[in-house]
Design a protein around this ligand. Structure first.
Ligand code: PA5
Length: 411
């Protein structure tokens, strides 16, 4: 479903071979039950029919009672569903859908939230609030704001329009959901935000938007099987994860994710969070960045060809895009031209000395999205583990959250 190619990365079999033992040990540890927050590893296998049915039920309820669903969350509680919706939706038709989905709480802009509330003022509204900890300030503030709107609009029945996804036991949101009778889903205690797409975090918004969550799960299950061997030669996710480390050791400190399909733009944001938050620790890690081509060939192309050689590229493309178009007398369709540019840029940048990984998806679909998220999670976990950092914590983010809380408590 997803083809990884390192032919342009300048990495030899003997370079990978040096990592074989480390990969084997990391794999054993990752698949044991000993590693904290590794619940996502076996999750594709564990996800039950009853859980999926409860999501379908909630999505049906959302659709029957609303014309707008506002999804509130930030970081791992936002980027997955946003990236998936952006990839699957026809962006020029989203405004005409029976249920429109908007995201909030991922920023604190008064303008953004004012304009959003103004836009949806006459709509039938439901909220999906996502917060593992239940205490993240941005999400909590936006939730208070939108909850006030719900209460003014629907009175005491406001609670039947709130869908909360949070830790099964701890946190303010869990407590509030129980006290007020919101529909609540569990974000398993041993799954962290950026590894949570396959839970209700990703599945509920996607299901409400009309997508087939069984196919998403099916894709993740396929990736689970494909990413199961401990052997680097048989596991592309591990090969990519280790390849990144080898290039980092060769003084490449930036990984640039590139796409030629604008629908994948937000998927790059998801990737940046996954890798940045998992790997950027103890003074190390690759800085993940992103570019969308052709747009950025005409802004960053010069730097990529001749600038400071600090980076390598990971180019994501799609074999059979959803749609294509040409015009009478055209020699090639737009997709054919896009592919031609991709191949030319690959040659040009590689000639300029840039190592390049290519990762090609067969097509864009629910199944593929499920596959890709699991593939990159597995690659990221392996990359971090061979580097010697814990992929599943984020102590640096917690520092900022604590500072914000301190400042908020000062009158
Ligand atoms: O990946 C992570 O753990 C983080 O990015 C969190 O998802 C983010 O900080 C939001 O946290 P929470 O879901 O607790 O509100």
């Amino acid at each position: 479903m997803l083809y990884f190619d390192d032919a342009y990365a300048g990495i030899m079999p003997e370079d990978y071979a040096q990592y074989a033992q480390k990969v084997h040990d990391a794999h054993t540890h990752l698949h044991s039950t000993k590693m904290a927050m590794s619940g996502w590893v076996d999750y594709p296998k564990k996800i039950s029919d009853a859980y999926l049915k409860s999501i379908l039920l909630a999505a049906e309820q959302i659709k029957s009672q609303s014309t707008v669903l506002v999804v509130l969350g930030i970081g791992g509680s936002y980027l997955g569903p946003k990236a998936c919706l952006d990839m699957l939706e026809d962006e020029f038709l989203t405004e005409t859908k029976a249920l429109k989905i908007y995201f909030a709480g991922w920023n604190l802009s008064g303008t953004y939230h004012h304009e959003l509330l103004n836009k949806i003022k006459d709509e039938e509204l439901s909220l999906c609030v996502i917060s593992k900890s239940g205490t993240t300030m941005e999400t909590a503030e936006a939730f208070r704001l939108f909850k006030e709107v719900l209460i003014k609009k629907y009175g005491e029945k406001y609670n039947s329009r709130i869908y909360a996804i949070t830790d099964p036991q701890s946190g303010a949101l869990r407590k509030e959901a129980e006290e007020n009778g919101y529909t609540a889903f569990e974000l398993e205690s041993d799954i962290g935000g950026r590894y949570s797409f396959l839970t209700a975090v990703g599945l509920l918004p996607l299901c409400a938007a009309g997508y087939d969550i069984y196919k998403i799960v099916q894709g993740a299950r396929k990736a689970y099987e494909d990413c199961l061997p401990a052997d680097l030669a048989q596991n592309s996710a591990y090969r990519y994860g280790v390849g990144r480390r080898i290039l980092n050791e060769r003084d490449k400190s930036i990984e640039i994710f590139c796409v030629y399909e604008p629908k994948m733009q937000y998927f790059l944001e998801w990737l940046k969070q996954l890798f940045g938050e998992s790997e950027g620790k103890e003074g190390g890690g690759l800085f993940p960045s992103s570019l969308v081509f052709s747009r950025d060939l005409h802004s960053m192309g010069q730097f990529l060809q001749e600038g400071t050689p600090l980076f390598f590229e990971t180019v994501l493309s799609v074999n059979s895009p959803q749609k294509d178009i040409g015009y009478e007398g055209a020699q090639r369709t737009l997709n054919e031209q896009n592919e031609l540019v991709r191949k030319a840029v690959l040659q040009a940048h590689n000639k300029g000395g840039t190592p390049i990984f290519t990762i090609t998806a067969e097509k864009i679909s629910e199944e593929m999205f499920g596959y890709m998220t699991y593939f990159f999670e597995k690659a990221c976990a392996m990359s971090c583990m061979v580097m010697g950092v814990d992929p599943f914590n984020q102590p640096g983010v917690e520092v900022y959250k604590t500072e914000v809380k301190k400042m908020l408590s000062v009158k």
